[in-house]
Design a binder for this molecule. Structure first.
Ligand code: PFF
Length: 504
């Protein structure tokens, strides 16, 4: 393949920053705290750490490594392993597409709150705290009574979504080299902002109560398979696995770069960020409990709203600098997410489409950004939050884990885990032993499929997910089947060589 023509990260630090920057995102500050909260705090944390070490790191090494080996994005990798496997590279591309279509809507919420923080639009003091939920679900989202009632667009969100896509388009079409440079700042700035929020959070009265909930495990809860389903889904989401992107990342790495090391650095620094963001969030949850005298379990009306209800409440109740803290927090969320969205759409979707259809970057970027914006409009309607939840269940719970398990099986058995390990070890300071082969071939796929079956199918088949009407919850299966079918269609279409390759 086109090793010479392929674009490259300009140096090792940029690559690591780009990998960390793409991994750290809304997953750390929005999704991690809300899942930890929903699944009961400390026990979820244990499952999440186990998932990181046993599943996440070996899986990430696989995606990076095989991407570098073939020098192609996900579909090209699987086509390289065997023509009949190309679909397995496309399925995660669809997942990346679905995820980025709602991810950008959450970025639009963040912008909305960064703006409304200037005037603390949901109110100050006790009144603001009591009104923050209504502000989010009522004013910002105009939440309808169910998934079947879309109830019109929320125009401010539509505008901010268009703005987000405009920014992404400008950032993406210039390519990986530029992305590396931007990402440096989008990692450093949010980290600085998170430190400010954390200090403010842990000095609030009541913080300890929230932190107890966050850190105290309830061992009995570890027996529940859906907690593990949630934890593994979050590990995949936060490490950007199962979304095709990391294959493309690996393909941008020079042949001599150290993948193993990078995988360790990227996953640990990413998870450290989540753990750290958890302190900021849960100390604030504790503050709210005390301020409004309610028990922990009742704090947020809906899990998805944790960041967007709890933080505004806390902001209203702060003694001073309310507006500034609000602006800082929500801009922080936006910056954290923008580079992740950038890579999600670029590495996960645009790069595979360019490789397959021989399209120029500008053309592919324009087409994909436009379609994703249109799909994302669904989430800016009054029923949007329900659909966001259903699509998250489809893509991030089922999609990532199923495609991830299959990818590990095909790479492990068909391509050969030991061949890939030798490829990784050639350029790495840390040499991985034969144990890794068995993690990849057996432990990771078995673990992922186990939670999909016991935590997923066995819950969502007998009773519709989330209490939604049957037709709405069934969309999970419809979308999974449809995207799988389309992956086979794409496999059947002949790959067009890019202009560079055609010239050779
Ligand atoms: N890992 C990111 C997060 O936690 O927000 C999401 C993500 C970014 C997924 C980039 C995939 C990707 F390529």
């Amino acid at each position: 393949m086109a090793e010479i023509g392929r674009e490259r990260w300009s140096n090792r630090t940029l690559f690591i920053f780009a990998a960390i920057g793409s991994a750290i995102g809304l997953g750390n500050v929005w999704r991690f705290p809300y899942l930890t909260y929903e699944f009961g705090g400390g026990s979820f944390l244990i499952a999440w750490i186990v998932g990181l070490i046993i599943m996440g790191i070996p899986w990430m090494m696989m995606e990076f490594g095989i991407g570098r080996y073939f020098q192609r994005s996900a579909p090209g990798v699987f086509e390289g392993i065997g023509k009949k496997w190309e679909w397995l590279g496309w399925w995660p591309v669809f997942m990346a597409f679905l995820i980025v279509s709602y991810y950008t809507v959450i970025l639009a919420w963040s912008l909305h709150y960064a703006i409304s923080s200037a005037t603390i639009a949901w109110g100050m003091g006790e009144a603001g705290a009591a009104g923050a939920g209504d502000y989010f679900f009522g004013t910002v989202l105009n939440l309808s009574e169910g998934a079947g009632v879309l109830g019109g667009f929320q125009w401010p969100l539509v505008g901010l979504l268009a703005l987000t896509w405009g920014i992404l388009f400008l950032l993406v079409f210039r390519g990986a080299r530029h992305i590396g440079k931007i990402v440096f700042w989008t990692v450093i700035i949010p980290w600085a902002l998170l430190i400010i929020i954390l200090i403010r959070g842990i000095t609030l009265p009541g913080a300890v109560e929230g932190l107890n909930y966050y850190l105290t495990p309830n061992l009995a809860a570890l027996a529940s398979p859906d907690l593990w389903f949630g934890a593994f889904s979050q590990i995949a989401f936060t490490l950007s696995l199962g979304m095709a992107g990391m294959f493309a990342y690996g393909s941008f790495v020079a042949k001599k770069a150290d993948i193993t090391n990078n995988a360790f650095i990227a996953s640990f620094s990413n998870c450290a960020t989540s753990f750290f963001a958890g302190f900021a969030v849960f100390s604030t949850v504790g503050f709210i409990m005390q301020a409004l005298s309610i028990p922990v379990g009742d704090v947020s009306a809906s899990g998805l709203g944790l960041a967007f209800v709890t933080f505004p409440v806390a902001i209203s109740m702060m003694p001073a600098a309310n507006g500034i803290i609000g602006i800082v927090f929500f801009l922080c969320l936006f910056f954290l997410g923008i580079d992740s969205a950038l890579f999600l759409v670029y590495g996960g979707v645009i790069s595979p489409v360019m490789d397959k259809f021989g399209l120029s970057r500008t053309k592919a970027t324009a087409i994909i950004c436009a379609i994703a914006f249109i799909v994302g409009l669904l989430f800016t309607t009054g029923g949007g939050l329900y659909w966001l939840d259903i699509i998250d269940r489809t893509a991030c719970f089922y999609g990532l884990l199923i495609t991830g398990a299959l990818a590990c099986i095909v790479v492990g058995w068909k391509f050969g885990a030991s061949k890939l390990r030798e490829h990784l070890n050639e350029t790495s300071d840390i040499k991985v032993g034969a144990w890794w082969d068995w993690l990849l071939k057996l432990v990771v796929p078995a673990g992922l499929l186990f939670v999909v079956v016991y935590g997923g199918f066995m819950q969502d088949i007998p009773a519709p997910y989330g209490g939604y009407p049957l037709w709405a919850a069934s969309m999970i299966w419809v979308i999974l089947a449809l995207t799988l079918g389309l992956s086979f269609v794409l496999q059947a279409i002949k790959t067009k060589p890019s202009k560079e390759e055609a010239k050779k």
